[in-house]
Design a protein around this ligand. Structure first.
Ligand code: HEM
Length: 441
């Protein structure tokens, strides 16, 4: 794979060119900023050479493992869920202007497109630059194919208006009416340090190092303009987003994603996932809303519960994942079917009953979450759970289902929601544009 030559640009109106001076500052680091800028100027005349993704590594990657960054919708939503996640929320730094925010989005776009294609960040990447400057790319993805890397960007409510009511970037008038902080649900035990954010980036890949490399380099580019607020690693997808994928299992050992929206249902995707022009605002048409919830799972308590209880909690069998009303994994549940003592086979508090569209005014959502284990707590319990991510046309879809679950779900005995965030995810970026450009047009 040959890396395209790029030139450095300081012009916010030239998003398709190289990284801005601010972006180069981030790459160089504050202490050597002068060197970084000088080098960038010198480099324009030099030919770019391929590093990451060249040779046999990229050749071995199947075409299906490379998702183009540019397109009508952002990748990482209906594209088949990969195995690994690195999710990051950022806050824009104090004093950053509207023009500087735009420049950051332009720099992120260029870098994200390069990494999605298996190329290094920057003109000279990890190893082709001068010895006297920090490399433009951090280098840990050298030799690795992108392994289906997708990078998805979102805008949080506070980007439009801070908690104190400040419109830092002149965009409060363009804030979607639906983009307000999620309500406090019963049993929420949220940690501010794991919630919210001005901006988010979801990086998914089948190779964990590639996903981490993406977030690390995008954070570095943001240096001085936006800082990491919180981030989450995920392993083992907990849903399928395509009928071509086998249903994975969550950390409670159950198949997860059986009844998820699949890319092969375009009408459902249009109806439930993409914001339409009529929904408003116009800049968000073709986009979606991303909900992230860090849900701690008390694995040790769960592991002491009996199989009958475990199946009753979800309303499905633990083996094949069939509804307790019978059939196989993809059989339609029969919520009316009763067993002994006239009790429904799928109980009133079963997770799948309460989350089912028939209990939620027909509402669905596209789930795209991941398992996580972040070490252990002071009591020697695994700090484990599900990093729930869903995409929907309106946050109300999530809110409707979560209200139902928070009040009645049998699963609540074994889980705790400890982080929460909502982002508006703009439509895809045309080649030569930058992510979210319509918001600032
Ligand atoms: C740790 C937390 C959770 C676990 C372990 C979990 C697990 C599961 C499992 C095993 C299923 C059945 C298989 C399937 O269809 O995917 C399921 C279904 C579902 N879950 Fe969850 N879930 C969790 C949290 C949530 C949350 C927070 C929401 C949304 C507010 C949600 C929404 C749904 C929906 C919409 C379905 C499909 C229901 C249907 O149409 O049959 N889940 N979940």
């Amino acid at each position: 794979m040959t890396r395209a030559k790029r030139t450095a640009s300081t012009d916010p109106a030239s998003p398709g060119r190289g990284l801005s001076r601010r972006g180069l500052l981030g790459l160089a680091g504050a202490s050597v900023a002068g060197i970084g800028l000088g080098v960038a100027g010198d480099r324009v005349a030099l030919a770019a050479t391929t590093t990451l993704g060249s040779g046999s590594g990229a050749g071995a990657a199947s075409a299906s493992m490379v998702y183009p960054f540019y397109g009508s919708h952002q990748a990482g939503i209906v594209t088949p869920a990969q195995d690994r996640l690195h999710f990051a929320a950022f806050d824009v730094s104090a004093g950053v202007t509207r023009a500087e925010l735009i420049e950051l989005l332009q720099d992120w776009t260029i870098a994200a497109a390069a990494m999605s294609a298996g190329r290094d960040v920057g003109e000279y990447g990890a190893v082709s630059g001068p010895y006297d400057a920090p490399p433009q790319d951090t280098g840990e993805a050298q030799g690795l194919p992108p392994a289906g890397l997708t990078i998805t960007f979102g805008f949080g409510p506070t980007l439009f208006e801070t908690a104190d009511g400040v419109d830092r970037f002149g965009i409060v008038g363009r804030r979607p009416a639906d983009l307000t902080p999620l309500p406090h649900f019963p049993r929420d035990d949220l940690d501010d340090g794991r919630s919210d954010g001005d901006l988010c980036i979801q990086a998914c890949s089948n190779d964990p190092q590639v996903a981490v490399h993406a977030i690390r380099n995008l954070s570095r580019i943001a240096f001085g303009r936006a800082a990491l607020r919180w981030s989450q690693l995920g392993f083992g997808r907990t849903s399928s987003t395509s009928t071509s994928q086998a249903t994975p299992r969550n950390l409670f050992g159950f198949k997860d994603g059986t009844a998820n929206i699949k890319a092969e249902e375009p009408d459902v995707v249009t109806d439930q996932v993409w914001v339409s022009a009529a929904d408003g605002p116009a800049w968000l048409a073709g986009g979606s809303y991303l909900v992230a919830r860090r849900i701690r799972m008390t694995i040790e308590t769960w592991d002491r519960s009996i199989l009958r209880e475990q199946e009753a909690v979800f309303g499905r069998t633990k083996g094949v994942g069939a509804p307790l009303s019978g059939g196989t994994e993809f059989s339609e549940p029969d919520f009316a079917l009763a067993g002994r003592e006239d009790q429904p086979l799928i109980g009133a508090a079963a997770h799948m009953r309460l989350a089912h569209p028939t209990q939620n005014h027909g509402t669905k959502m596209l789930r795209r979450g991941y398992n996580f284990v972040d070490g252990n707590d002071d009591l020697g319990r695994l700090e484990a759970g599900l990093f729930f991510i869903s995409f929907q046309r309106s946050p109300t879809q999530f809110t409707t289902v979560q209200l139902n679950l928070a009040k009645h779900d049998a699963l609540n005995e074994y889980i705790r929601h400890v982080g929460s965030a909502l982002f508006a995810v703009p439509a895809g970026t045309p080649d030569g544009g930058y992510v979210g450009a319509a918001l600032f047009a």
